[in-house]
Design a protein around this ligand. Structure first.
Ligand code: ATP
Ligand code: ZN
Length: 284
């Protein structure tokens, strides 16, 4: 029995989804011209779909699990369960208006025309704020709508903001922060649940490793106490004697987000020869 997984056929989530599977040690061939493929070393069948169709296929059980943006899940309103956020495909769904327009609050959208591919999410956002506006659903190139006189504002996905900038728009409201999610159907059988758990175990090991760095440094023995107190480590730092008397090598795992700050403090406490290396998998 296989677990069936739906991923985006091509687009912004495709490469990261394939990479995640590869990093989980699951071997599959590239699906550019295929509808589906079977992993050679894990009971997983991978289907390649348009991202918009994935929630429906997972709800219907055509696929047991899928990788899709939270923005699509919320817009489609399908009955699927979120299993894990995956840390890629990060973007925000934002309202933007012309750079020249003054914008003070969401009330400024009252009576305006808003072009978007996310009518459901935008409608809910406006209703919650008691703003009435005219929502124009368009499927692509939303950012050109104000320039051609089709709308006063848009609501679209943004990551760097460069597309908005190039179209003379400014971001004025963030409706949603989104990333890719692993979602699952509600009707999984116990053996499928078990396979999913195995997959999640691997995904967690990969995800944990992505934000972690292995740090190695040399320090004089009389500073080891201070240095170890700066380093969390998975249990506690490893301390090994160096060939040179009075010195030790200290090894620990640190979070990517904190590591610059930690390194400053380590140097201030006499650490030398600091190496920071990536970690491939991390199992607690
Ligand atoms: P498909 O052909 O599968 O329908 P698409 O054109 O709808 O693809 P993409 O542009 O490939 O979709 O985006 C897929 C997902 O990637 C989005 O739904 C969103 O979750 C995420 N994403 C991340 N950054 C951005 C961005 N800057 N713009 C659009 N989507 C982004
Ligand atoms: Zn799409």
């Amino acid at each position: 029995m296989n677990l069936k997984m739906a991923i985006q056929k091509s687009g912004r989530l495709h490469d990261d989804s394939m990479r995640l599977l590869r990093e989980c040690g699951i071997k599959i061939s590239n699906g550019i011209n295929q509808l589906k493929t079977t992993a050679s070393n894990f009971p997983l069948e991978v289907f390649f779909f348009r991202d918009d169709d994935i929630p429906q296929y997972v709800e219907d059980g055509v696929a047991d699990i899928g990788i899709v943006g939270e923005n699509v899940i919320l817009e489609k309103g399908k009955k699927v369960k979120t299993i894990a956020p995956l840390g890629f495909g990060k973007c925000r769904l934002s309202v933007a208006v012309s750079k020249e327009k003054e914008y003070r609050s969401v009330q400024d959208l009252q009576g305006k025309r808003i072009a978007t591919s996310y009518p459901v999410i935008v409608k809910r956002f406006l209703e919650e704020r008691r703003v009435q506006a005219d929502i124009h659903e368009i499927s692509g190139s939303v950012e050109i709508a104000p320039g051609i006189g089709l709308a006063d504002a848009i609501c679209d996905l943004v990551s760097s903001g460069s597309t908005l900038f190039m179209n003379g728009l400014k971001e004025v409201e963030v409706i949603l922060k989104s990333e890719a999610l692993l979602v699952g159907s509600n009707g999984l059988t116990p053996p499928q649940e078990q396979l999913l758990q195995q997959l999640c175990f691997r995904i967690n090991a990969v995800k944990r490793a992505q934000s972690a760095r292995y740090i190695l440094l040399n320090a004089p023995n009389d500073r080891i106490g201070e240095i170890c107190s700066l380093l969390p480590g998975m249990k506690s730092p490893t301390v090994l004697p160096l060939a040179e008397a009075g010195w030790s090598s200290v090894h620990a795992v640190v979070n990517e987000d904190d590591f610059w700050e930690i390194i400053e403090n380590l140097k201030a406490n006499g650490a030398q020869g600091i190496l920071v290396v990536p970690i491939e998998k991390m199992i607690l």
